[in-house]
Design a protein around this ligand. Structure first.
Ligand code: 13P
Length: 250
């Protein structure tokens, strides 16, 4: 692997400020600074500041928001803007998570605008892509992922594309206990890498491509060893300190 592995925890709609603060403190105590890893935590928006408060002396643990709106401010009840996320302590943001796409009906076009908003405000975007089981069984997985990727990347200049992190999360693997095999993950990551290579040439090797979907302590190391897999995005297993530390150090 040529890149520093990126290990990210998506807490989804779990852990309000009090529990998130306690959890983050336990995590910081259990996980020594990882010189050779980038570790990201994506708490709920309402818990960002609380987690940031206990991690002020751990700049190695990077905080991110799970979602942003693409406008900076306005009459968007219930939404969080990039400048607000930043003010609350976020340095990164997940964009296009499958739950945003499939539960909340967000389009590829919206993801492109969110990535642009993230770059405008100095948040590192982690763009999530992935196909459903129906799309995979119909032989359309590559096309779907490339469409999701291209809709976002066509609006970026090369310097921005270079700063993008991509997370391949097959929808059928999220929260199902059905992990993609290292070989399947590797195959899709190669498709993504090739698309980036067409834009950036050899610099494409520096764009991290993470795998997500039922990552557990027992499969993390095998997935990380797979070619073109540069890191992991973890949901359920990141909500347990022991499991998370095992994955973050796998
Ligand atoms: P699980 O690890 O719970 O399958 O969730 C994956 C995910 O959606 C991370 O963003």
């Amino acid at each position: 692997m040529l890149r520093t592995p990126v290990i990210a925890a998506n807490w989804k709609m779990h852990l309000g400020p009090q529990r998130a603060r306690t959890f983050a403190a336990e995590l910081a105590a259990a996980l020594p600074p990882q010189g050779n890893r980038t570790v990201l935590l994506f708490p709920s928006a309402v818990s960002l500041a609380a987690v940031g408060g206990v991690l002020y002396d751990r700049p190695d643990l990077m905080l991110g928001a799970q979602n942003i709106h693409f406008e900076d401010e306005g009459a968007y009840t219930g939404e969080l803007s990039a400048p607000m996320a930043k003010e609350a302590g976020a340095r990164a943001v997940l964009v296009g998570h499958s739950e945003r796409r499939h539960v909340f009906g967000e389009t590829d076009g919206a993801q492109a605008k969110k990535v642009a908003a993230a770059f405008r405000h100095g948040l590192k975007p982690v763009l999530c892509v992935g196909e459903t089981i129906a799309e995979r069984e119909a032989g359309r997985a590559d096309d779907v992922v490339l469409r999701q990727l291209t809709t976002v990347t066509e609006g970026l200049d090369d310097a921005q594309l270079h700063e993008l992190t991509i997370a391949y999360e097959p929808v059928w693997a999220i929260g199902t206990g059905r992990t993609a095999t290292p070989r399947d993950a590797s195959a899709m990551h190669a498709v993504i890498r090739e698309a980036i290579h067409r834009r950036l040439g050899d610099a494409a090797v520096q764009v991290p491509i993470l795998y997500g979907g039922s990552v557990k302590p027992d499969n993390a190391a095998d997935l990380l060893r797979a070619e073109n897999v540069d890191g992991l995005l973890v949901g359920g297993a990141s909500l347990d300190v022991t499991n998370w530390v095992r994955i973050a150090t796998a």
